[in-house]
Design a protein around this ligand. Structure first.
Ligand SMILES: Nc1ncnc2c1ncn2[C@@H]1O[C@H](COP(=O)(O)OP(=O)(O)OP(=O)(O)O)[C@@H](O)[C@H]1O
Length: 210
């Protein structure tokens, strides 16, 4: 049984077909990349997988459990979908502590360990309002992986990252994959996807093809 399966998934908004009859299977412990131009449906595909939208047609299962609107609390998922909302007047560490308190599974020790990625520990006491786009993105990635989730869904994670940071991210994702995590990553940057993904899908006008 595949870890994630999509069967004939379709989503229409205001008569526009945003996802068109998408069927695919994703195995546990793999990195799957989705490449496609702006507006092709990558984010909507992730929203569907995460149980954030109501489908018009089709079925999504994760780990054998059927996903439906709001069902994602049953699965251990870390994610960045577009720009995450941080509280500008809080420090980087306090933002992560605040988000960690939602599930209350990790404490400051694990948060600081996660912040070692991109050397963000050095910036832990700085307020997020002083952060550049790239630093916010780094914090968002740390937030997505800090709870050691089994499924990690990253939408355009390299936005704003410099070249060295992209390599750091790629290395981290490979390590997580080798530790058994399942990673989905969407980007319009073909190079990043080709470098890191075990399987690549192309998204075009809501159609997903291998
Ligand atoms: N709330 C909404 N109402 C109507 N149409 C929407 C809505 N959200 C997204 N769309 C449309 O769905 C299509 C797919 O959008 P989506 O955000 O999934 O694209 P994307 O591939 O992630 O693009 P990008 O690379 O720019 O992030 C686009 O045509 C977009 O205009």
């Amino acid at each position: 049984m595949s870890y994630i399966s999509l069967k004939n998934v379709s989503k229409t908004i205001k008569h526009k077909q945003i996802l068109q009859d998408v069927s695919l299977n994703i195995e546990k412990g793999t990195i799957t990349g989705f490449v496609g131009p702006n507006g092709s449906g990558k984010t909507m595909l992730f929203r569907a997988i995460l149980g954030m939208i109501k489908l018009n047609h089709g079925e999504i299962k994760i780990n054998g459990k059927k996903m439906s609107l709001g069902a994602n609390s049953r699965i251990d998922i870390g994610t960045i979908l577009e720009t995450p909302g941080f509280i500008n007047s809080y420090t980087a560490l306090d933002n992560l502590k605040y988000l960690a308190a939602i599930k209350n599974e990790i404490g400051e020790k694990q948060i600081l360990e996660a912040m070692q990625l991109f050397d963000m520990v050095a910036h832990k006491d700085e307020k997020v309002k002083s952060f550049s786009l790239g630093m916010r993105q780094k914090l968002a990635i740390i937030q997505a992986i800090m709870e050691d989730q089994e499924l990690i869904v990253l939408d355009e994670p390299t936005n704003g990252l410099d070249e060295d940071s992209v390599h750091t991210l790629e290395e981290k994702l490979r390590k997580l994959r080798d530790a058994g995590k399942t990673i989905l990553i969407a980007s319009h940057d073909r190079m990043v996807i080709q470098s890191v993904a075990d399987h690549v899908y192309h998204v075009n006008e809501g159609e997903v093809t291998a």
